[in-house]
Design a protein around this ligand. Structure first.
Ligand SMILES: Cc1cc2nc3c(=O)[nH]c(=O)nc-3n(C[C@H](O)[C@H](O)[C@H](O)COP(=O)(O)OP(=O)(O)OC[C@H]3O[C@@H](n4cnc5c(N)ncnc54)[C@H](O)[C@@H]3O)c2cc1C
Length: 477
């Protein structure tokens, strides 16, 4: 499905900062880990990256990445061009649960005030990052499962224990190993509790030829004018599904009440019968949609459990040598549309802070604490956004005409530039963290005018139930 991946030539590599003699050790070669490796390499650090999987995890369906993350590709000529080649720019329709189109086509490029939202086949995005990293001379070390983290403040090292007992160290260790990271023990002392949201999401992606073999499916989902892809969002009572047809792949998702079939794992495959059990209960669910579901090849359907976690403000270990990043620091529900974007923003912010510490002769642990300070509130606001979006989607009185289902991305989300932000706020943050005045810090990358108030999922739901103000009541435009 991915075709041949062109290779970057040495002349397309970015200008690299002078070597820093500092090693950044990363656990996890997901989108967050790979981007961290790239940005740290560009800024002159030595990079090592350990990955549990035996080989590249080029799996998954669609992932949406916002301009706040991919604006950084200005520093990467090959990535910049390749990203434009592989992105899909579908036209969007809102439909009811019978598949009748209610509004659209909406140009996905028009849903953001500035910049562009990139919709990618995750395997292609992953492969693009891996290819660039290889061209930088960095190879992912596969089959290396990290089972523990430690730090030695005296020697100024962070380290990981790899399954089998080997210890590997770096000047800084980045835990980018996803929602089940083992880094919480060192960083927070206790794991951030995860609990089921009560729903799971069935997700599949496969070659479009398989889907187009069925006449009813072919007629229902032609390409749009100019060969553009089409994405449909189906909303109805207790129904939330998406269908994406592009020139070479088909993706569908179905959010469902979880009766114990789903797992929080990207390798948890289920049979299409599981999906058909749910669609059988949707009144007037069209036959062509069931036919499409039945065409899903074996081993292509994942049932991902939608888990809730309260925000975790502490991403940095006590000695400042280990930091959590991406999903390891903050898990997202797909309804936030922000998991990939925030992992990349984290990567850019962290690499920038490490580089600034190097050039301004500040200690590396301070860089980690500043990065944590610059990032946590923004990420936490977006996590809250995802919780409420999901809550709005799966209700008995789901009305497809309700504006709450529309894709909304405020300026504060899309116009942020994590590299510029870290550079602009660095000196001020050095003074603030150095003097232990973090409580006085005000971030400028959150909704305008917001003064962040810590929240929990229970508190958020209860406050909204009582009609009280919450973290979501700032200016989100
Ligand atoms: C196989 C896979 C498929 C996905 N498919 C989709 C999708 O279709 N749509 C979507 O929106 N999101 C998908 N995601 C999630 C999405 O990519 C992430 O939520 C987001 O990009 C944040 O990235 P991350 O790097 O923080 O975490 P992840 O992308 O989860 O990456 C974590 C990486 O760490 C590795 N790892 C885990 N434990 C260890 C360990 N103990 N030691 C070493 N390495 C470890 C994992 O194998 C993985 O490569 C998928 C993730 C994976 C791993």
């Amino acid at each position: 499905m991915t075709g041949t991946t062109p290779t970057p030539t040495p002349s397309t590599l970015p200008t690299r900062s002078p070597p820093t003699n500092t090693t950044i050790l990363i656990s996890g070669a997901g989108i967050g880990g790979l981007f961290t490796a790239l940005e740290c390499w560009r800024l002159g650090f030595t990079v090592r990256i350990l990955e549990r999987a035996a080989f590249s995890s080029a799996q998954g369906d669609s992932v949406t990445i916002g301009p706040s993350a991919l604006s950084s590709l200005r520093n990467w000529p090959w990535l910049h061009g390749r990203n434009l080649e592989i992105t899909e720019t579908p036209l969007l329709y809102y439909c009811n649960h019978r598949g009748e189109r209610l509004s659209g086509p909406i140009d996905m490029d028009a849903v953001v005030a500035s910049g562009r939202v990139y919709m990618h086949a995750r395997p292609r995005l992953h492969e693009m990052l891996l290819t660039q990293l290889r061209a930088c001379g960095v190879e992912v070390e596969y089959g290396r499962k990290v089972v523990g983290y430690y730090e030695d403040e005296g020697r100024g090292k962070g380290g990981v224990v790899v399954q089998g007992g080997e210890r590997v160290e770096g000047d800084v260790v980045v835990a980018a190993d996803g929602v089940h990271t083992r880094s919480w023990e060192l960083v927070q002392g206790e794991e951030v509790g995860a609990r089921s949201s009560g729903h799971g999401i069935l997700r599949a992606a496969f070659g479009v030829d398989v889907a187009m073999a069925d006449e009813a499916v072919r007629e229902r989902w032609p390409l749009e004018e100019g060969g553009r892809a089409v994405v449909e969002l189906w909303v109805g009572p207790d129904v939330y599904c998406t269908f994406l047809r592009s020139k070479d792949r088909f993706t569908w998702t179905l959010t469902h009440p979880d009766h114990g079939t789903a797992e929080e794992s990207w390798s948890h495959k289920v049979d299409v019968e599981e999906a058909l059990k749910f669609t059988a209960k949707i009144p007037d669910f069209p036959d062509y949609a069931n036919r499409l579901i039945k065409l899903t090849p074996p081993d292509k359907l994942i049932d991902w459990k939608l888990m809730w976690r309260d925000p975790n403000s502490q991403w940095t270990s006590p000695g400042g040598r280990v930091i959590q990043l991406g999903d390891a620091a903050h898990s997202f529900l797909p309804s936030s549309g922000n998991g990939g974007t925030q992992a990349i923003e984290d990567a850019i912010s962290l690499a920038t802070c490490l580089s600034l510490a190097h050039t301004t002769h500040q200690p590396l642990p301070l860089a980690l604490r500043i990065h944590n300070l610059l990032r946590f509130e923004r990420v936490s606001c977006l996590q809250a956004f995802g919780v409420l979006n999901r809550d709005a989607r799966n209700t008995k009185n789901n009305d497809p005409k309700d504006k709450k289902h529309e894709v909304r991305l405020g300026k504060w989300i899309v116009e942020h530039d994590p590299e510029v932000y870290a550079r602009e706020r660095w000196d001020e943050a050095v003074r603030c963290v150095g003097e232990g005045r973090e409580k006085e810090w005000r971030n400028g990358n959150v909704p305008k005018g917001m003064v962040y108030v810590p929240w929990t999922i229970d508190g958020l739901m209860e406050a909204r139930g009582r009609g009280e103000r919450t973290v979501l009541d700032g200016d989100w435009s």
